[in-house]
Design a protein. Structure first.
Length: 446
């Protein structure tokens, strides 16, 4: 087995551990008329005999298999169901839910389809009564898939904001702080709409720290950010004169108390809301460690999430890989990390994504080294606006691509890694995995 094959096998094991359908099955069960939720070492029981209507709503790349798992448990009780997923993240007709509609919409750029579905969800939530149960399926990508801007902000202006946030280098928490303050459904507003119904939120986490208010911008979670913080982020990234005027006015009106703040901790709307994280990046990394050790590697998992500038992150990752390889020269080693580094795009970026950028930066770091391989892939199977999950590189990648007439230096500078990796054969393509627990980085040496 080559190092590339080994890295891909470990990556596949990590993906299998966070399969959304199985993850929901692990935390949600049923005994006759009792719905049982495994949470924090204990369990919560919901008596379905006391539920008049059961509604299933959701947003995110993992929505389809999550919905299928829920329907297999309580299908006969479902009164309404609508889950928004990214285009291409549905299930085959023979395995798709029958009572829960799976609707496709735009990601990472929101679109009219997503807005239409968000409006339908609002009506479902508003119609829920005290004896109703809402099961919300939330996963990565959900923020873009439920675009419902506050009036008078238009969808086009919300899209413009989203583009600028993606390009400026803001991290996911900063992006969410801004997006939440121009949304009518995220940042706890969905919980306010569903109140006084009972709400069970099942989540697949794609954010560092598994913060409930950040996963899909926390539609059912208390928001800890403020209009003031949103304005600070605008200033931090020099967006003050670039974002639409309607958004500027809304943020300033919020700062002045002219529009209400997002629902905060202690709000009555959260009194009957239960959150349960079904899968996270940590679970994927632990599965990768177990697989690597079963293959004979000495494995090390980086405890701190990989974030910040993608080039700096790649350099630190490769340096750590080199250190543990030197410390154990007679052992094959596997360094495992996960997170979500950021990329500051220029005015005319090429094709690629943060994982391909991480991989290409790593290729320069390990250039000329023998027996070193680095993989960086998105757990959702897509990296940026491409059909690749990421890429896998080694000490020969830079020189090999140059011998093919390619220019890896320019590709790195212009964030144009995809065409280079496509020609060099270093792309990793899995297709949509219907999951999303951030990125997975693997380094193999020895």
């Amino acid at each position: 087995m080559t190092q590339k094959d080994a890295a891909l096998q470990i990556f596949r094991a990590a993906l299998a551990a966070v399969d959304p359908h199985h993850c929901v099955e692990r935390v949600l069960g049923r005994e006759d008329d009792a719905l049982i939720v495994q949470q924090g070492g204990g369990e919560i029981r919901i008596d379905l005999r006391e539920v008049d209507r059961l509604h299933v709503v959701g947003c995110g790349k993992a929505g389809a298999p999550m919905a299928r798992a829920v329907e297999e448990l309580v299908g006969e009780r479902i009164s309404s169901g609508l889950v928004a997923v990214k285009y291409g993240h549905t299930l085959p007709e023979e395995t798709a839910p029958a009572r829960i509609r799976i609707a496709e919409a735009g990601h990472p750029e929101p679109d009219a389809a997503g807005m239409s579905q968000a409006k339908e969800v609002v009506e479902i939530l508003k119609g829920a009564s005290e004896r109703d149960l809402v099961i919300a399926l939330i996963s990565g990508g959900g923020s873009a898939l439920w675009p419902l801007p506050v009036p008078p902000v238009t969808l086009e202006e919300k899209i413009d904001l989203n583009r600028r946030l993606l390009a400026c280098g803001a991290d996911i928490h900063e992006m969410n702080a801004l997006r939440k303050h121009v949304s009518s459904i995220k940042a706890g507003w969905a919980a306010r709409l569903a109140h006084p119904a009972q709400v069970l939120v099942l989540l697949i986490s794609d954010v560092i720290g598994d913060r409930l208010d950040s996963i899909a911008s926390g539609p059912f979670a208390p928001d800890t950010t403020t209009f003031g913080e949103a304005l600070e982020i605008v200033e931090r990234y020099g967006l003050g004169t670039e974002i639409p005027v309607s958004i500027q006015y809304h943020l300033w009106n919020g700062m002045a108390g002219k529009v209400p703040e997002t629902p905060k901790p202690g709000d009555a709307a959260f009194g009957r809301v239960t959150h349960c994280i079904c899968a996270s990046n940590a679970q994927a990394l632990e599965a990768a460690r177990i697989e690597a050790e079963s293959m004979g590697f000495q494995a090390e998992v980086i405890e701190r999430p990989i974030d910040g500038d993608v080039g700096v992150a790649a350099k630190a990752f490769c340096q750590r890989l080199g250190q543990i390889a030197e410390q154990t020269p007679k052992r094959r080693v596997c360094l495992i990390g996960g997170g979500e580094p950021t990329v500051m795009l220029g005015s005319s970026p090429g094709r690629g994504g943060r994982n391909q950028q991480f991989a290409l930066a790593s290729a320069f770091e390990v250039r000329g080294e023998v027996g070193v391989t680095v993989l960086s892939c998105g757990s959702d199977g897509t990296d940026g606006p491409t059909d690749a999950a990421g890429a896998v590189v080694d000490g020969t990648t830079v020189d090999r691509s140059q011998s093919q007439g390619l220019d890896p230096c320019t590709a790195l500078e212009t964030h144009d890694a995809y065409p280079l990796f496509e020609k060099s054969g270093d792309l990793v393509k899995t297709g949509p995995t219907n999951s999303n627990v951030m990125d997975i980085m693997l380094g193999i040496a020895g």
